[in-house]
Ligand binder design. Structure first.
Ligand SMILES: NC(=O)C1=CN([C@@H]2O[C@H](COP(=O)(O)OP(=O)(O)OC[C@H]3O[C@@H](n4cnc5c(N)ncnc54)[C@H](OP(=O)(O)O)[C@@H]3O)[C@@H](O)[C@H]2O)C=CC1
Ligand SMILES: N[C@@H](CC=O)C(=O)O
Length: 377
C-alpha cells in the first residue's frame, strides 16, 4: 500500500468536507493501493499533528471529531479534547512546525500540502515548501493571484502543483485548459460565468427574489467566500480570471483586470463588518439591481456576471445576455466556461456544471491529491 502524507491548511467548509471525503473513500483508495495519511491539520491559529509525523497519522476518529467541533465557528484546533498521542501547536509555533514537517517529509516520504484556507498568508509557507520537494494542492486562489514572483515560484515545478478547484470548483477547467495549451492550440479568448455565488444570485434575481435574500441563501449553501463581499465585489471572479490569464502566459497582476462591484465603497470591509453588511447594508442594494433586471427582461435579456479574457483585456462584470443564450440559460450555482481556440474556433470547448459548494470543491481537491500520487516515492 502506498501512503500519501498530507498536511491540510484550512478547516472550514471545504477543508472539513475534504476530511470527510478522505475517511469515506478509505476502501476505494485501498483497492487502488493508496492510503492518505493525514499528518497535520491547521486552522488560522493552530496546528494538530500526530506524535510521530514520519510514520503516524491523525486517526479517522480524530478527523471526524475535528469536523464536528470545527463546525462551531470560533472553535480552535488547539482546544481539541482527547488528542491522545497527537499534539497541538499555537500561533507562530504552528507555522514553524509545518515547515519542520515539510523539511522532514518533502524529500523522504513525500508530502502534499493542501491549502483550503481563504487566506493570503499561506503563500509564504507554500513558496517555501516547493523547494523542500513537497507537492501543492490549492482550493485557495490567493496564493496564485498575489505577486508574479510568488506565482513563478509556485509554478517552478509545474508537475508538483494542482489547483483545479481554484476555478469552477470541481469542474475540469484547469486540466482542460492545460491540455489545450500543451497541444499548441492557441487560445483566442475565454468567456463565461465563473462564480457559483453570482450565478445563484443572478438567477434568483431573475426569479424576482431580492438580492439580500439570495446572497444570504448562497452563504448558507456554502457557495460564498467567508465574506460574501469578496464575491459581490467581483474580486473572487477577478482572481479566477487572473489564474486563467496567467495560465495563458499573460504576465499580469490584479490591477490589469477591469472589475465591476455590486456594492459601493461605503459598504466595504473597512467600513462595516460582514454581519452589519448582511443585516443592514445589502438590503439597500435590492431595488437598483431589481430595476436593472426588470429593464433587461423587457428585451428578453437577463443579467449575468460575466468574465472575458482575450488577447488585450481581462474584464469581469454584469452583462445583459439573451435569456435563450447558453449564459442566459444558466441556473443556480452552475458555472459555464467557453474556450475559443484555433481547433475550437466557431464552436467553443464548453465546460459547464456546479461551480461552487463544499462537496464538489472538496471532491476536486481530493482528485488533485490523487493526481500527484506518482510523484510520491
Ligand atoms: N466554497 C466553495 O464553493 C469554494 C471555495 N473555494 C475556496 O476554498 C477555500 C476555503 O473556502 P471555505 O472552506 O468556504 O472557507 P472557510 O472560511 O469556511 O474556511 C477557511 C478556513 O481556513 C482557515 N485559515 C484561515 N487562515 C489560515 C491560515 N493562515 N492557515 C491555515 N488555515 C487558515 C480558517 O481557520 P479558522 O477556522 O480558525 O477561522 C478556516 O478553517 C477558499 O479559498 C475558497 O475561495 C474554491 C472553490 C469553491
Ligand atoms: N465563492 C466562490 C466559490 C468558488 O470559488 C463562488 O461563488 O464561485
Amino acid at each position: 500500500m502506498k501512503a500519501i502524507p498530507l498536511l491540510l491548511m484550512g478547516c472550514g467548509g471545504v477543508g472539513r468536507q475534504l476530511l470527510r471525503h478522505i475517511a469515506s473513500c478509505r476502501s476505494l483508495h485501498a483497492k487502488q493501493g493508496i492510503h492518505l495519511r493525514v499528518v497535520g491539520i491547521a486552522d488560522s491559529r493552530s496546528l494538530v499533528v500526530p506524535s510521530n509525523v514520519s510514520t503516524g497519522e491523525l486517526s479517522d476518529e480524530l478527523l471526524s471529531e475535528v469536523c464536528r467541533l470545527k463546525s462551531d465557528s470560533g472553535f480552535s484546533l488547539s482546544d481539541l479534547p482527547g488528542l491522545g498521542e497527537s499534539r497541538a501547536y499555537l500561533g507562530a509555533e504552528s507555522t514553524s512546525k509545518m515547515m519542520e514537517i515539510a523539511a522532514l517529509l518533502g524529500k523522504s516520504t513525500g508530502l502534499v500540502v493542501v491549502d483550503c484556507s481563504a487566506s493570503s498568508e499561506t503563500v509564504n509557507i507554500l513558496t517555501q515548501v516547493v523547494d523542500l520537494g513537497c507537492c501543492i494542492v490549492l482550493a485557495n486562489k490567493k496564493p496564485l493571484t498575489s505577486s508574479l514572483e510568488s506565482y513563478d515560484k509556485l509554478m517552478s515545478f509545474p508537475r508538483r502543483i494542482r489547483h483545479e478547484s481554484t476555478v469552477g470548483a470541481g469542474l475540469p477547467v484547469i486540466v482542460s485548459l492545460n491540455r489545450v495549451i500543451s497541444s499548441g492550440d492557441p487560445v483566442n479568448h475565454i468567456t463565461g460565468s465563473l462564480s457559483g455565488t453570482l450565478g445563484y444570485v443572478m438567477s434568483g434575481i431573475e426569479d424576482g427574489k431580492p438580492l439580500s435574500e439570495v446572497v444570504k441563501a448562497a452563504k448558507s449553501l456554502g457557495y460564498t467566500e467567508p465574506d460574501p463581499r469578496d464575491d459581490l465585489s467581483g474580486m473572487d471572479v477577478a482572481r479566477k480570471a487572473l489564474i486563467l490569464a496567467r495560465l495563458l502566459g499573460r504576465r499580469i497582476t490584479m490591477d490589469s483586470i477591469e472589475v465591476e462591484s455590486l456594492y459601493p465603497p461605503e459598504m466595504g470591509p473597512d467600513v462595516m463588518s460582514v454581519e452589519e453588511f448582511l443585516s443592514k447594508g445589502i438590503v439597500l442594494l435590492d431595488k437598483k439591481i431589481q430595476e436593472r433586471a426588470a429593464s433587461a427582461s423587457t428585451f428578453a435579456m437577463v443579467l449575468r456576471y460575466v468574465c472575458v479574457i482575450d488577447q488585450n483585456k481581462c474584464k469581469v462584470g454584469i452583462r445583459e445576455v439573451p435569456k435563450s443564450s447558453p449564459l442566459g440559460r444558466l441556473r443556480g450555482s452552475d458555472n459555464l466556461v467557453e474556450i475559443y481556440t484555433r481547433c475550437y474556433n466557431t464552436e467553443p470547448l464548453v465546460i459547464q456544471g456546479a461551480g461552487a459548494g463544499n462537496d464538489t470543491t472538496a471532491a476536486g481537491v481530493l482528485a488533485d491529491i490523487l493526481d500527484v500520487q506518482d510523484l510520491i516515492p
